[in-house]
Design a protein around this ligand. Sequence first.
Ligand code: HEC
Ligand code: HEC
Ligand code: HEC
Ligand code: HEC
Ligand code: HEC
Length: 182
Amino acid sequence: MKWPALIGMVALGLVSWAGFRLWVPPEVVQPIQFPHKTHIELNLECTSCHERAEKGSVAGRPPTALCLSCHSAGEGTGEIKKVQAYEKGGEIPWRRVWRLPDHIFFPHRTHVVVAKLKCQTCHGPMETLVKPPARPLKTLSMEDCIGCHEKAGASAEKVAARARGPASGIRPLSTDCNSCHR
Ligand code: HEC
Ligand code: HEC
Ligand code: HEC
Ligand code: HEC
Ligand code: HEC
């Protein structure tokens, strides 16, 4: 191969790599400008609205009926008028912001109930938002997932318990490819 061609290919490679690194996901626009901050100040728990986070893999969005339990009184204006438009039925078409590639398995319940992690560890300060996030406040790379799993499984107590086998009740920690890649 001639040198100019090789240099050209290397340059092309670098440009597409840079383009890939600089690519940011498009901003997500939600149908209603829901403010997390206002609702957390009412002393609602994260799981009052995202109750499935304690029960299964997916955290889910609150049913519109829950919003209407507070917002159906009177004739609302602005954003509240938009919420009331769902009084006849139907769910607000919220769009996903956090999303891993489809082949990754992420169970909320294990992290929220079993590992007792705070939502903010992975999602950042959601309670400060006055409008929906256009992009994730924080993202997790594979290294972040595995890094925490290694740390969580590294205590002498857990290592000893695991050595006693399944009877210890401590599950093997998931640094195994198949536990996350399915
Ligand atoms: C009054 C109900 C309510 C409460 C309380 C609430 N949320 Fe939400 N949450 C929503 C709604 C509605 C959306 C969709 C609109 C948006 O993104 O703001 C949402 C979206 C989210 C998303 C983005 C989900 C996605 O699509 O990727 C995360 C993450 C989240 N909430 C975390 C939290 C955390 C953490 C707390 C507690 C600090 C919390 N929420 C409390 C109603 C609530
Ligand atoms: C426990 C009662 C309660 C629930 C449940 C609740 N809200 Fe609210 N919400 C409030 C209160 C109180 C305020 C602040 C006063 C106001 O603006 O009405 C507020 C404010 C808002 C605002 C800002 C209003 C503005 O004028 O900018 C929006 C938008 C909103 N809520 C949407 C929702 C949506 C969507 C849901 C369901 C996911 C929801 N709320 C669930 C009580 C609630
Ligand atoms: C260990 C990290 C971690 C913790 C802790 C965590 N999440 Fe998540 N959350 C994620 C990841 C990763 C995704 C994307 C999952 C996917 O695409 O399959 C996600 C997605 C979501 C979504 C949107 C998709 C869905 O499942 O409905 C909501 C809403 C959400 N989380 C809310 C919460 C709430 C509320 C809490 C606390 C009760 C919480 N999360 C705790 C990592 C976490
Ligand atoms: C801050 C710490 C932390 C982060 C970040 C984290 N995890 Fe975990 N995860 C844990 C702990 C702790 C457990 C084990 C809970 C137990 O069984 O005691 C666990 C367990 C799991 C399990 C096994 C579930 C089961 O029921 O056997 C899977 C799968 C998993 N995590 C996937 C992920 C993925 C994918 C990510 C990144 C998107 C992630 N985790 C990020 C702490 C974390
Ligand atoms: C604790 C969970 C976890 C474990 C264990 C894990 N991965 Fe991943 N892996 C992820 C997540 C999450 C991503 C996606 C990261 C992103 O989108 O930024 C990923 C992405 C990848 C990718 C890039 C492809 C893609 O979809 O972006 C490859 C290749 C990969 N993993 C291979 C492996 C191999 C091989 C192992 C075992 C040695 C392994 N992973 C173990 C969570 C995990």
